[in-house]
Ligand binder design. Structure first.
Ligand code: 2P0
Length: 310
């Protein structure tokens, strides 16, 4: 099955709805506590393993959609027009082409997180795009259906439709119809996730390319699915029993293992800078002094601190 066939299976006759009003929607970014790293299907963004994230409700993407009487789309990102020849615009336009007939859009995207700095901005972006399309075309899709569609834009986007702890079940089917996210548990009131910015600049290697190279060349990758299975069970248990130490330890260990699989790729992939390692050491020093603080790290040099507000 290709993306267009999946979209048709989900939308059915709704694919012929005419667009209605201008609409603005928001989707939060999400930070994985147990990571998605590796695809079993690159076209449909089907993952090798399940993953579990926490949404950052105050950070994400606002998207405003309107239909315009023009030959081409107009895309504005954080108040600046985007060149339609850029890779960012091409990826977005290809995604929109899965859903529309001939209409052209003006899309105003406002991201409250740096784009492409390993802060899961594509997740919030594609989740807000499918929410916006749903409102514009009045599809009235369920969150499960929106999650399936968001995954076609970017895997981690399927987790950005809820507030709280979100579980993306990897699914088994070849068409991916059982590979979508769901709310696992509401937020813990006291849990805090703080982004430690090391660099806001665009990453040199996309996570898409990095995970593919890891799968194809890293000897350590064969250990990843079992690691995730163990970590997922621990993290779910930690969430349900309010066990912050277990949550933090497991999330940190999962992120470090993911980066180890990348360092074992050929050529090796290194997202951390000296500053990243210095900050990790600082977290470990603080823990030695009795402070209950942990980190996780995605496909970039920045760290996300996990701690309780007390
Ligand atoms: C995650 N990351 O679980 C992992 C951890 C980065 C490190 O999901 O190719 O942008 O669009 O499906 O979703 C980033 O990968 O990749 C990601 P595509 P995506 O958050």
């Amino acid at each position: 099955m290709n993306k267009r066939e999946v979209v048709q299976a989900i939308l059915g006759s709704r694919i012929h709805h005419a667009p209605t009003i201008e609409t603005t929607v928001f989707a939060p970014t999400n930070i994985a506590l147990c990571k998605y790293w590796g695809k079993r299907d690159q076209e449909l963004n089907l993952p090798v393993t399940s993953s579990l994230s926490i949404s950052l409700d105050d950070k994400g993407a606002y998207t405003t959609f309107s239909v315009i009487e023009k030959e081409e789309d107009e895309i504005i990102l954080n108040d600046a027009p985007v060149l339609l020849s850029s890779s960012f615009a091409k990826r977005l336009i290809n995604f929109l082409n899965l859903f529309r007939n001939k209409e052209r859009f003006k899309i105003i995207l406002k991201s409250t997180i740096p784009i492409a700095a390993g802060l899961a901005s594509s997740a919030a972006g594609f989740a807000s795009i499918v929410k916006g399309l749903d409102a514009l075309y009045d599809w009235k899709l369920s969150l499960t259906e929106l999650s399936l569609l968001a995954r076609l834009g970017s895997g981690s986007a399927c987790r950005s439709l809820w507030s709280g702890f979100v579980l993306w079940n990897k699914g088994e089917r070849e068409d991916g119809m059982d590979s979508y996210a769901e709310l696992f548990h509401p937020h813990w009131e006291k849990l805090r996730v703080k982004i430690l910015m090391v660099s806001e600049s665009e990453k040199s290697l996309s996570s898409r390319e990095a995970m593919q190279r890891t799968i194809e060349t890293s000897k350590l990758y064969s250990k990843w699915p079992n690691k995730v299975q163990d970590d997922l069970e621990k993290i779910k248990h930690a969430i349900l029993t309010n066990d912050f130490k277990l949550l933090g330890e497991t999330a940190e260990s999962n992120a470090l293992f993911m980066h180890e699989t990348m360092k074992n790729a050929h050529p090796p992939i290194e997202y951390s800078s000296e500053k990243t390692y210095a900050l990790m050491q600082r977290v470990w020093d603080l823990r030695n002094q009795g402070v209950s603080i942990y980190f996780t790290q995605d496909a970039g040099p920045n760290l996300k601190l996990l701690y309780l507000d007390n």
